[in-house]
Design a protein around this ligand. Structure first.
Ligand SMILES: [Zn+2]
Length: 194
């Protein structure tokens, strides 16, 4: 057995182990109300995401240079006014302004898992409409994975604002909770993350 196939074998065992525990490799992190803009180091949260989600080194500078991260202790009036609707459902979100991706978050919610979720949205934005449809087909045909089957049944994960009813949130949650342990058939729908 070569070293490479030995590691593939180990990885497979690990995958089975995680599945058998029915546990997600990147569990939810609670809000941390002690975190403020003053005591939060944005770069170290980004590094934490890079490290824990094994973001390939070759994309690190891309993500650091192409996403502007903004954190706040409480939402300023202009952000509140502009993103009223989205802020009723989430403490973190991404938007594209003049071709630049921006991530907004309350400091108390700004952690590596939230970072992973929002960065999956950024990655999704690079898919063409055809690729989004292909993701949908691949996502809907994953079998034997209870967590994903449950996820795609949740109406809340269907993007209601998307006329095509695509699982935009499902796409982000798979990356956020599974990372590299997601089904191999889905990884190609995560540009610059694998
Ligand atoms: Zn989301």
């Amino acid at each position: 057995m070569s070293i490479k196939s030995f590691f593939a074998y180990l990885l497979n065992l690990l995958n089975l182990f995680i599945k058998s525990l029915n546990r997600l490799p990147h569990p939810e992190e609670a809000q941390d109300t002690s975190k403020t803009v003053a005591n939060t180091n944005i770069d170290s949260v980004i590094q934490d995401w890079f490290k824990n989600w094994k973001v390939p080194q070759k994309y690190h500078s891309y993500w650091k240079n192409n996403v502007c991260v903004h954190i706040f202790d409480t939402w300023p009036a202009d952000v509140l006014n502009t993103y009223k609707e989205v802020l009723t459902v989430t403490p973190s979100f991404v938007v594209e302004i003049d071709g630049i991706r921006h991530l907004y978050s309350l400091a108390s919610w700004f952690n590596k898992g939230v970072m992973a979720h929002e960065m999956a949205h950024n990655s999704y934005s690079y898919l063409s409409s055809d690729q989004k449809i292909s993701f949908e087909l691949a996502f809907n045909s994953v079998s034997g994975d209870d967590w994903i089957i449950k996820l795609r049944r949740l109406k809340s994960y269907m993007d209601k604002t998307n006329a095509m009813g695509l699982h935009v949130e499902g796409h982000a949650e798979i990356y956020r909770y599974r990372g590299e342990y997601m089904p191999a058939s889905l990884k190609k729908f995560y540009p610059k993350l694998f």
